[in-house]
Ligand binder design. Structure first.
Ligand code: KG4
Ligand code: ZN
Length: 388
């Protein structure tokens, strides 16, 4: 059994979790959440129409320690105190030099909140927004040093990949993963829970980003994905016989590889929207056409990947997996191909610390630790680059 504290601050969610992980078999782990909080900053970012990195950073600085304190209370974990050495205090002040005020607050809290039974600390080191990532990374380095706990750098996308295994799903290797979020659209070959190879990626915008941009042009609030999806569902219910009237492009359909491109689709959409009256009927119909086009692109490329790699399982992850239409089409694909597909539950599809704890656990089993002095935020950390 391994007990992990996980911290996630890669974008606009401040998230902390304490997770117990118990290996059942070579391919199966039982994950048990003892305490978990995800604080979304969406309301603060909405007025900017997207995530504003320095605002995200400030909010993480303000909220991370209070959230951790609450997660410790919820988890009912045993807390002890530590002796603060002069060297460690100086190091922590150095780690937190970019966050004035945070060092005092962290040291005062940490000296009598040592989670004695926690085996290790894991933090998202990338990919993500650098100013946001640094807050979690520097807090994790400080706590690992003060409490003398092993530290693990977790890749945010590895978290999304393993999120579908919660709470105790069997992993069937080799697997493929479809990752669709605000920053990424990737197909990954999963050789083990810590060994990944990217086999397809977007050459420009991510699918979630395309949802958000089109929503903005349609006058819908940020984040646009859920808004477009809501309108598309209503439109499908209301007009089951509807035929597409816009002929939206499928960039890279014949590229012969597993890569995506969404910027051409965005430009084509913008042209149509600019030339149309933004009536509620148009917005709903267009939302549906756009959603169905993006889902068709994702499912078609995943189908090619399945044909090529013959996986035993598909692990889906990322915020866009909250999309019900995408899930239903992926379910159909899973039945057609006879390959199991796992989705994260709703609380695990958006950014959260449970998935970071899970991905961190697999590295902890292999003792892939990093010294606090060595850990940095890596904003463009690719899933197939090993970093310790
Ligand atoms: O994984 P995530 O929470 O954050 C990143 O790591 O990017 O993904 C956020 C993205 C946003 O672009 C949001 O619009 C999209 O996921 N999203 C959706 C839906 N819910 C969230 N896109 C389409 N349909 C949804 N229901
Ligand atoms: Zn994410």
């Amino acid at each position: 059994m391994i007990k992990i504290l996980a911290i996630e601050t890669s974008c606009d969610e401040t998230a902390v979790c304490v997770l117990d992980a118990n290996r059942l078999t070579d391919n199966q782990v039982d994950f048990n959440v003892l305490g978990n909080i995800t604080l979304s900053q969406i309301e603060q970012h909405r007025e900017f129409g997207g995530v504003y990195p320095n605002l995200a950073r400030r909010e993480h600085v303000k909220n991370l320690l209070p959230i951790m304190n609450q997660v410790f209370t919820d988890s009912k974990i045993e807390l002890g105190s530590i002796q603060l050495s002069v060297e460690n205090e100086a190091k922590v002040r150095d780690y937190l030099a970019r966050e004035p005020g945070l060092a005092d607050q962290l040291i005062e809290w940490a000296v009598n909140h040592n989670p004695v039974n926690i085996d290790c600390i894991t933090v998202t080191a990338g990919p993500g927004l650098a100013p946001a990532l640094w807050v979690g990374v520097n807090v994790a380095r400080s706590l690992a040093l003060l409490w003398n706990k092993p530290l693990i750098a977790t890749n945010h996308m590895a978290g999304h990949i393993v999120s579908g295994l919660y709470p105790d799903k069997e992993m069937k290797l080799p697997a493929l993963s479809l990752l669709v979020s605000g920053g990424h659209t990737e197909i990954v070959s999963v050789q083990s829970a810590t060994n990944f190879k990217k086999i397809g990626k977007t050459l420009d915008d991510a699918a979630g980003e395309a949802f958000d941009k089109i929503a903005r042009i349609l006058g819908l609030p940020y984040p646009g994905g859920p808004e477009i999806s809501k309108l598309a569902i209503q439109h499908r219910d209301q007009f089951p016989e509807y035929q597409h009237i816009c002929d939206l492009p499928f960039p890279m359909r014949h590229s012969g590889d597993l890569n995506f491109s969404f910027s051409g689709l965005k430009t084509a959409c913008k042209k149509i929207i600019d030339a149309s009256d933004l009536t509620p009927e148009f917005i709903a119909g267009f939302s549906r056409e756009f959603e169905e086009t993006v889902v068709n692109i994702l499912v078609t490329k995943l189908t090619s990947a399945i044909n090529k790699y013959c996986p035993n399982q598909i692990l889906c992850g990322g915020g866009v997996l909250a999309n019900a239409y995408l899930r239903s089409k992926l379910e159909t694909l899973s039945q057609e191909k006879g390959v199991e597909i796992l989705f994260p539950s709703p609380r695990l599809s958006g950014d959260n610390a449970i998935m970071i704890a899970m991905a961190g656990y697999f590295k902890a089993e292999q003792k892939q630790y990093v010294h606090p002095d060595k850990l940095t935020a890596i904003s463009s950390w690719s899933i197939d680059t090993i970093f310790l």
